[in-house]
Design a protein around this ligand. Structure first.
Ligand SMILES: C[S@@+](CC[C@H](N)C(=O)[O-])C[C@H]1O[C@@H](n2cnc3c(N)ncnc32)[C@H](O)[C@@H]1O
Length: 235
C-alpha cells in the first residue's frame, strides 16, 4: 500500500481528556475539544462486551485466536479479552495498535479493574498497559499481548488475524480511519473467513468496508445503539 501522510483533524490527538462515568457505572474518556468519547456513554463496559467480546472474539468460534485491535485506548477490550481467555481456556495472541498512548494518570482515574470483578484483573491490566512497544508480555497462561505504536495505515501484516476489533474514533472525528484504503489494509491482515467488528454502523463506513472486499452485516447494537457492524473476509 502507498505510504501516505495522515492528515489529523484540528485538536488531534486529544490533550484535553477527562474521565466520565457511563450509564453502566464504568468510566470512559471525554475530549470536549473533539466532542468525542472513547466509548459509548450508554455503558463503556456493556459496549465492549457486546461488540468486541460477544460478536467478535466468541463469534469466531476458535480456541486459538489471533486478535488485532485498532486503537488500544484505555485497554478495556484487551482486559475483557484476557478475562475470556482465563474463563474459557482460550489461547489468545493479542496485537494492539496505538500511536497515542494514554498517560498513566488517566488510566488510574478510569480504574477499569475496579468495575470488573475478576481475580488477578488489576495485575493483568497493569501488565497490558505497561507493555513496552513491540515486546510481548504474558499476563496469563493463555494470553500473549503486544502493542505497536504504529498507525493502522502502516499495517503490513498478511493473513495473520482471526478477529479485528476496529475501535477507532467516529468517522466524523477521524475520517482517515474509515477509508477504503484502511479497510483494504485490514482485509490483507485478516485470514480468509476472519471477522471484523466495530460499534460504528454508519453507512459510509460500511460502504468503505464493502469496497475493500468485506462482507458486511448489521447486528443489534449495545445498549442505547440500534446497530453495530460485523464484517467478514470471504473464506
Ligand atoms: C475509541 S478509542 C479506542 C478505545 C479502546 N479500544 C478501549 O478499549 O479503550 C480510539 C483509539 O484509536 C487510536 N488511534 C488514533 N489514530 C489511530 C491510528 N491511525 N491507528 C490506530 N489507532 C489510532 C486513538 O489514540 C484512540 O486510543
Amino acid at each position: 500500500m502507498a505510504h501516505h501522510p495522515l492528515i489529523l483533524p484540528h485538536g488531534f490527538p486529544p490533550t484535553d481528556l477527562v474521565p466520565v462515568r457511563t450509564a453502566d457505572g464504568s468510566y470512559t474518556l471525554d475530549s470536549p475539544g473533539l466532542k468525542e468519547h472513547y466509548h459509548s456513554l450508554h455503558g463503556a463496559l456493556s459496549e465492549s462486551r457486546h461488540v468486541y467480546i460477544a460478536h467478535g472474539l466468541l463469534a469466531c468460534g476458535k480456541q486459538q485466536v489471533d486478535v488485532l485491535e485498532v486503537g488500544l485506548g484505555t485497554g478495556l477490550n484487551a482486559l475483557l479479552t484476557w478475562i475470556e481467555s482465563e474463563i474459557r481456556g482460550l489461547q489468545v495472541e493479542y496485537h494492539a495498535l496505538e500511536p497515542y498512548p494514554l498517560p498513566v494518570g488517566l488510566r488510574s482515574a478510569l480504574d477499569h479493574p475496579a468495575r470488573i470483578d475478576h481475580p488477578g484483573c488489576r495485575e493483568a491490566y497493569e501488565t497490558i498497559m505497561d507493555a513496552m512497544p513491540d515486546s510481548t508480555v504474558q499476563p496469563g497462561d493463555g494470553f500473549r499481548f503486544r502493542v505497536d505504536r504504529k498507525e493502522v495505515q502502516r499495517l503490513s501484516a498478511k493473513e495473520a488475524f482471526d478477529v479485528v476489533y476496529f475501535d477507532a474514533f467516529a468517522p466524523s472525528v477521524q475520517p482517515a480511519m474509515w477509508t477504503v484504503d484502511v479497510f483494504r489494509c485490514v482485509y490483507q491482515a485478516m485470514r480468509p473467513g476472519a471477522l471484523l467488528v466495530t460499534y460504528c454502523a454508519q453507512g459510509e463506513a460500511r460502504r468503505a468496508m464493502q469496497a475493500a472486499g468485506l462482507l458486511v452485516e448489521r447486528l443489534p447494537g449495545p445498549p442505547g445503539k440500534r446497530h453495530m457492524v460485523r464484517a467478514q473476509r470471504p473464506a
